[in-house]
Design a protein. Structure first.
Length: 423
């Protein structure tokens, strides 16, 4: 690595404010490589570092790299970038590390020098290469119950028609004029690209034709409104019945986008807000097939010729936590009966060893609605992929999460998930 650096510095990704324990991992690799890094752990962080390094290069955490960022890197004498898959917790981004990594791999400003997963070493190009035509996307959705976001003027109320039995309500008062903000948050960081946010709202007034509510997507603590829509009473088909209203919006790659999905009361009739569901604009529901390595995960993503997409997630005893090794995709499915088929394999293990648990979680009910224990006899033979099926039912439209929970008895692999709706 020292030869590749050629006297220049290295940037470790993801980039942290500096005092985070996650960035202490970088110190170990710096000692091994002897290549100085411009970011790492420090118990005391200077304002100059926050303003000139962290804030300006923060978009790189999501794989967003523009000519403006390249100039900053050159001014800092950075020649190498290392992406750490093992240091990418969920709070970094609304999307898994695989999304950011694919963005970096497609960047015309970087060339992959070496990969030794979970580390990926890139060199900053002297001149930008050809722009890739492939657009990076993700099957992962983001789902927020509005009543759990920051209430401003909204009131948390019980509502049997809401997805989890609770909603955020806006009640007009005598002093209410114009718009009354109901909520703020969740302040999640989203990468560049086009999105669709779907708000679930109901109103008692469907006849007046007047504005009753407003929805928006905002950033920078509300100072930047990215998209907004006024909802009129006539937009509702039935009184007191939840209906979906969508906003499409696009984020540019030049800055970090910490988003809020806000709702407002606009009229003199109560409004109830249930949830907001966000997916990439090129995605469509239902999602019936997805690769495990494109989800949130622990363990390692490995190349595997037997895996459906050529890669799989692998968790190993004593190295990886006995915990969820695959989490996602947080996508919406209509009410009905389904069978999930998870493609899994294991190294040799004892007949009675519990290898993993597979589970389906309802995001509306916030609980497991189906699960199955996986033993070695549930798979065709050691080190061979087999399908483990799991039936589940949804009483109403729901956002669903699938989990593979590693039990630490053998090397365990998760390849992909297929969902079959009942005929």
């Amino acid at each position: 690595m020292a030869e590749e650096a050629d006297g220049k510095y290295l940037l470790d990704l993801p980039i942290w404010p500096g005092e985070s324990s996650w960035s202490s991992i970088y110190i170990y690799y710096t000692l091994q490589s002897r290549v100085p890094s411009i970011n790492g752990y420090s118990p005391v962080v200077s304002r100059a570092y926050i303003d000139n390094v962290f804030k300006k290069l923060w978009p790189l955490d999501s794989g967003d790299l523009t000519e403006k960022h390249v100039k900053i890197l050159r001014d800092l004498n950075v020649g190498l970038v290392v992406f750490h898959e093992e240091a990418y917790p969920g709070k970094i981004s609304a999307y898994p590390s695989s999304f950011a990594l694919n963005q970096l791999l497609q960047s015309p400003y970087l060339t992959l020098v070496e990969k030794k997963e979970p580390l990926w070493l890139f060199k900053l190009n002297d001149k930008p290469g050809a722009m890739r035509k492939t657009k990076i996307t993700s099957p992962v959705g983001n789902y927020f119950q509005i009543e759990f976001l920051g209430a401003v003027n909204g009131e948390r109320v019980e509502d049997p028609e809401a997805s989890n039995g609770w909603a955020l309500a806006g009640f007009p008062g005598k002093e209410t004029k114009g718009e009354l903000i109901l909520n703020q948050g969740p302040y999640r960081t989203f990468p560049s690209g086009s999105y669709r946010a779907t708000f679930r709202i109901k109103s008692q007034d469907i006849d007046s034709g007047s504005p009753v509510a407003k929805i928006d997507v905002a950033s920078d603590e509300g100072r930047i409104v990215i998209a907004e829509k006024v909802i009129n009473a006539s937009d509702f088909k039935t009184p007191d019945y939840y209906q979906d209203f969508s906003l499409e919006f696009t984020l540019t790659p030049d800055k970090p986008w910490i988003l809020e999905f806000r709702t407002y009361l606009m009229g003199q009739s109560p409004v109830f807000v249930d949830s907001v569901y966000v997916i990439r604009a090129d995605q469509a529901d239902p999602l019936l097939n997805f690769e495990a390595e494109r989800m949130f995960y622990t363990g390692r993503v490995i190349e595997d010729r037997e895996a459906r997409g050529g890669k799989a997630i692998m968790s190993a005893p004593l190295r990886d936590p006995n915990d969820a090794m695959m989490i996602g995709p947080f996508r919406s499915y209509e009410a009905g009966d389904y069978t999930a088929r998870l493609r899994l394999k294991s190294s040799p293990a004892g007949k009675d060893d519990l290898l993993a648990t597979i589970a389906v979680i309802s995001m509306n009910e916030n609980k497991i609605i189906a699960e199955r224990k996986i033993y070695i006899d549930d798979l065709p033979e050691p080190d061979k992929y087999g399908e483990a099926s799991l039936r589940f039912s949804l009483k109403r439209k729901d956002v669903v999460e699938f989990k593979v929970i590693f039990n630490g008895k053998s090397r365990f692999y998760a390849d992909s998930v297929s969902i079959d709706p009942a005929p």
